[in-house]
Design a protein around this ligand. Sequence first.
Ligand SMILES: [Mn+2]
Length: 432
Amino acid sequence: MHIATTHRNTDFDGLASIIAATVIYPGTVAVCPKNVNPNIHRFLSLHKTSFDLILCGEVDLNAVTRIIVADTNQWRRLDRFDQLKDREGVELLLWDHHMGIGDINPQWQCVEKVGATITLLLREIQRQELPITPLQATLFLLGLYEDTGQLTFSSTTPEDARTAAFLLEQGADLNIAVDFLNMAYGEVQKKVLFRLMRDAEQHEIKGKRVGIGVVHINKHVELAMVVQLYGKIVNADAVFVIFVNEDHGFFVIGRSSAPEINVNTVLHRFGGGGHPGAGSATINDTHITSGEIRQKIIAALHEVQRGGALVADMMSFPVTTVDPDTPMHEIQHIMELEKIRGVLVEENDRLLGIVVLWDLKKLKLRKQWESPVKAFMNRKVTTISPDAPAGEAAELMVQKNIGHLPVVQGAKVIGIVTRTDIINYLYGMLPA
Ligand SMILES: [Mn+2]
C-alpha cells in the first residue's frame, strides 16, 4: 500500500499536497490526520466525498510499503505513522518547504524554500502535464493562498505566483477560495491576539511606542497578520513578537510604521531581515531564552535609532541649479542632458523655486520657451533638513505628492531627495 500523508493540525497546504501526491503517484491513497484545522474541517464537511481520503486510523500499518510525507519533516507531527520510523522495506519520500532541521530522512526528497509545499508538487504536475479538475485546482489554490497570505507574505516566490496563475487557468474557483480564506483568523490566531493584548509589554523608546510580546505556540500557522493587527489595535509605532515553538526554537516577527524604527536592521542581528517596515527572524539557538531575545531587541532599538539612516545618507548631490533668468529652452536642454526631472532655481546661494518636467508640458507658445524660468517656477518649495530620518523624507513626498525634495542646511541647498532615492531606501538598498 502506498500512502501520502501530512502533519497533524492539517492546513490547506498539507491537505492540498497529499491530494496532489495522489495525482503524481497513481495508486497512492491520501491519508488525512484526525486533527485538522477548523477551516479544513469545514471544507471537508462539504467536499469530503469529492476527494479520496481516508483517516490514519483506517490504515493497516503492516501493509504500508511507501509513505509520501508532505509539508513537514518531523515524524512526531504525523498521526500514527511515526511508528513506521525505522521499519525496513518502507520507502520514504518527502515534499516540503520547511528548511529547519527535521528527523525524517527520506530516500528521495524535494525540499525547497517556496511559499507553499503545493507549489513544488504543482511543478511536477505541470512538468508531466497531468490533468487536474477545477475542484482540485481550487483546493490547491487554497493551500497556496493560505501559506502565502494570498501571495503577500515575504516568503512568496515568483514560482508561487506563477503557480497561482496556472491554477486559475485550470478553473480554480476564487469565490470558494475567498469563502474559506476569510477564516484566516482561526482559533490559533485569536488566541495569539488575546495573549498579546493581555501580556505584551509597551516600551517607550526615543519617543516611539514599541510593543514587545512573547507567545508560546505549538503549531506552525501564519502569524504575521496577527502581529500587524495587534500593532494597530494598541496604536504602537512598532511591534516585535517572539514566538516560542514546541521545539524551543524562536520565530520573531517585527512590524514598524515609524521611519525611525527599521525592522530590517533590528532583526539582522538575529540572522533575519526584511524591509524597514516588516521583517522576521528564525532563531535556532538553544542556549538563548526569550527574555534574552527581548533584551537584545530593546538594545538594538536604542542603537539602531541613533545610527538610523538619515536624509543625508540617501540624498543625491551635487544638485543642478540655475539662475532665475535662465530661458526655459535651456532648462529643457539641461533636463535632457542630465537625465533629471527637476531643476532648482537659486540666486546668490538662496533657493527661489523649483521647475519640474511637468511644468515644461504646460508651455504652448514658441515665445514661452524664450521666457525666463522665474516666470514658470514653483516658488513654494518643500524642503527637508539633512539630519531628518530618511523615512520622514519618504513620508513628506507621499503626503505632498512631490518628486523632488531639496535638502537644506541653514539657507543653503546641499542635496536633493528624488523618488529614485526613496525607492532605494524603502527596498533596503541603502546600507543600514
Ligand atoms: Mn505549508
